[in-house]
Design a protein around this ligand. Structure first.
Ligand code: THU
Length: 127
């Protein structure tokens, strides 16, 4: 799937977000190395701290479907170009240190970056 369609899809799935507390729906579309695309939305909870961001939902869905290699992820929210939060950066980095990120807006425009750029000098568990 090309970049524009990936951002468009991230925008489309935003309608499925469960965000009654923040009222800030976010959508994500993750392109896997095998060409498949897995989407995600933020899923919030009345108990603080239990909410999951769209990026992590997409990644965890993909991993639990047996996917292990990822090319790029598009993220979209209602305001500006959506920037993945710090927690998502750490989680994305562990599974895809070369991941490309398209930070989209509702108009379908996007800013291209990489996880390495967003999370320089990332933590890695070395034993
Ligand atoms: N959120 C995401 O899903 N992804 C981001 O990149 C930023 C924030 C969600 C978390 C929460 O449900 C809502 O947006 C407001 O922070």
């Amino acid at each position: 799937m090309n970049d524009r369609d990936l951002v468009r899809l991230a925008n489309e799935v935003r309608r499925y977000a469960y965000a009654p507390y923040s009222k800030f729906p976010v959508g994500a579309a993750l392109l896997c190395a095998d060409g498949t695309v897995v989407t995600g939305v933020n899923v919030e909870n009345a108990v603080n701290g239990l909410s999951l961001c769209a990026e992590r939902v997409a990644l965890f869905k993909a991993i639990s479907d047996g996917k292990h290699e990822f090319v790029r992820i598009a993220v979209s929210c209602a305001s500006d170009h959506c920037r993945p939060c710090g927690a998502c950066r750490q989680v994305l980095y562990e599974h895809a240190p070369n991941l490309e990120i398209l930070m989209g807006n509702p108009e379908g425009e996007f800013v291209r970056t990489t996880i390495a750029e967003l999370l320089p000098d990332a933590f890695m568990l070395k034993r």
